[in-house]
Design a protein around this ligand. Structure first.
Ligand code: ADP
Length: 578
């Protein structure tokens, strides 16, 4: 109960602006409760008047009942409309807030959780949470109506009150036990649903690689296994629900039968007359069937609401989902100098970077070379503060990266990876993402520098061409050049190219190279390259091995003093000649 109240408060925060709709809903519910309590009494009076042949009174009672039924119908309509307003508004606000929260998570948390975890919470769970204010509210009204009926019964006859109370308690306990059992199974089912959603996401995003790896069968085997497990969990949950419902229904019918026996006994022993007996019998429907049904489904609703709310709010409040932390210092004019001071870092226990120190001057172009897995990309990730370091310091323009605010870091550094993420929007919208008020001139200039303007212009829809689903598919090189244009528009001071040219043909490589050359001098550029030809002109090259810098210098210097570098360069020339 405490948990439900806490969660209700949390959810209400997102629906505060629809307070009016909620208040109208509550007033209508109170009207509904009053009607529910009085109708059995009036119905009994009608039956008695009718059977006693007092027709005038019978018609009068029927008229009142008709009036109440009309009010009830109008009230239901008002409740439904206002519920929709509150529910839709709250879900919308929660989804927007959750989207923002997901983007605040640190990279390590995002790496460790499947996308399904977040997608399910953003869609299904938020919807289920808001359901508490619709179905939950309806059930609460039913519950309060029944409490009112109990009070009415107590006023009429305490024998029947005690009997109904006893029966209700037994049924309540049974329903509670049922909801506990079903709740356990529901948690298992939802966990499994997360797995399936995660795998389906990978199926869509990774379809190309799954096909190319000829791994359709093994991927589908895994997906099918998880879908089967999900369906089994669902089946188990529903089975338990149905079986326990049958048991509880049977007990309820037994209580109904006992009600009749007890009423007959009390009437024949003159405890009350038939009219009162009829009224008490009319309440049976509300206090036995509905009360228990409502209590149980209200409990189930609360349980389901709490499960969903805890899942959604764990993203916001739980320590399991770590947030990125930034400092408060703002660098308004980043020059692009940076320095690693004895930096050590590992994604897990194992250290990837060991006591790494180097310094890069603003406006220079620096290359990083080394075997795959030596830690080059990790250096880039740390520089963007995608992960936090364990030891040492990273300085941008002399300021500790941990003291800088998000904008000073992210607005000034761009990573252009081998396969940059291009959004499923038009080319123009992709570029506008980084600058809302982007002008046509700026856009074309950036794309011209990135050697992409001519290609875009050759497309029938030009900059309005959609990319991805339902549009054109850009090649690896074109994606990279679009990412370069994005960086140019963003005017980031530091541009990091991660193996940007390794997978490209020579022609594309030279275009990328030309695009990079356009940036030299004005930007601080770091390049990770497999092909040394991309970095021979760099001002400085660092040779990385096993997370440490083993040598550094210009290309000519390294050829002279670093045997590993020389070996790498010579084997590349040999390969090119073949
Ligand atoms: P490089 O760019 O030189 O090929 P990386 O910096 O990508 O090397 O990787 C260095 C090491 O860190 C590798 O052993 C790699 O498996 C590991 N690694 C990279 N990214 C992650 C990650 N997100 N989680 C755990 N380990 C990682």
């Amino acid at each position: 109960m405490k948990e439900t109240l806490r969660n209700l408060k949390r959810v209400y925060r997102y629906g505060k602006e629809y307070k009016r709709a909620l208040i109208i809903q509550v007033i209508c519910c109170i009207v509904g409760i009053a009607i529910n309590i009085t109708v059995p009494l009036l119905s009994a009076q009608f039956i008695v008047a009718f059977t006693d042949s007092v027709f005038k009174q019978a018609i009068f009672m029927a008229l009142i009942l008709f009036g109440l039924a009309l009010i009830d119908a109008v009230k239901t309509l008002i409740i439904r409309k206002n519920t929709q307003i509150f529910r839709r508004g709250t879900v919308r606000n929660m989804q927007m807030a959750l989207g923002r929260e997901i983007l605040k998570l640190d990279q390590d948390t995002l790496d460790k959780n499947s996308s399904g975890t977040f997608i399910q919470r953003l869609t299904n769970d938020t919807d289920k949470m808001a359901g508490m204010f619709t179905t939950g509210m309806g059930k609460m009204t039913g519950f309060l109506s029944n409490i009112g009926s109990f009070v009415a019964i107590l006023v009429i006859d305490y024998h029947m009150f005690l009997y109904y109370l006893f029966a209700s308690i037994i049924l309540t306990v049974l329903y509670y036990l049922k909801s506990e059992r079903v709740g356990e199974k529901d948690i298992e089912f939802r966990k499994q649903s997360d797995h399936v959603a995660g795998l389906t996401g990978e199926l869509v995003r990774g379809a190309r690689d799954i096909k190319m790896l000829y791994a359709k069968d093994s991927f589908m085997k895994e997906l099918n296994r998880n879908i089967l497990l999900q369906s089994e969990k669902n089946f188990e949950m529903r089975n338990i629900d149905m079986e326990l419902n049958l048991l509880i229904d049977s007990i309820k019918y037994l209580f109904e039968f006992l009600t009749v026996i007890l009423l007959v006994y009390l009437v024949t022993h003159n405890v009350f007359d038939i009219a009162v007996g009829v009224a008490l019998y009319s309440y049976r429907a509300t206090v036995l069937t509905d009360l228990m049904g409502t209590v149980s489904s209200l409990l189930e609703e609360c349980k389901s609401f709490n499960i969903s709310t805890n899942r959604v709010f764990s993203i916001i409040y739980s320590k399991k989902f770590k947030k990125e932390k930034f400092g408060s210092k703002h660098l308004s004019n980043v020059k692009g100098n940076f320095e690693f001071q004895q930096v050590s870092f590992g994604y897990s226990e194992k250290e990837v970077l060991k006591d790494l120190s180097f310094k890069i001057q603003a406006g220079t172009t620096v290359g990083f070379v080394g075997k795959s897995g030596s830690g080059k990309t990790t250096i880039f990730n740390l520089l963007c503060k995608m992960y936090s370091i364990n030891n040492g310091k990273i300085l941008i323009d002399g300021c500790d990266i941990n003291e800088l605010d998000e904008k000073s870091i992210r607005k000034n550094i761009t990573i252009i990876s081998q396969n940059p993420y291009i959004f499923n929007m038009s080319i123009k919208d992709n570029l506008k993402l980084v600058k809302k008020d982007l002008t046509e001139k700026e856009m074309e200039e950036a794309c011209h520098l990135a050697c992409l303007n001519d290609y875009i212009k050759s497309l029938p829809l030009g900059y309005d061409t959609m990319i991805g689903e339902g549009g054109v598919n850009l090649s690896g090189g074109q994606r990279q050049r679009l990412a370069i244009a994005r960086a140019l528009i963003q005017k980031t001071k530091i541009i990091l190219f991660d193996e940007a040219t390794s997978a490209l043909d020579n022609e594309t490589q030279s275009e990328i190279q030309e695009a990079i050359d356009h940036l030299k001098g004005e930007y601080t550029i770091m390049i990770i390259a497999h092909r040394l030809s991309t970095i021979v002109n760099c001002d400085k090259i660092y040779f990385i091995e096993d997370g440490t810098i083993v040598d550094s210098g210009t290309h000519t210097e390294l050829l002279k003093k670093c045997r590993s570098y020389k070996y790498l360069y010579e084997s590349e020339i040999k390969n090119n000649n073949h």
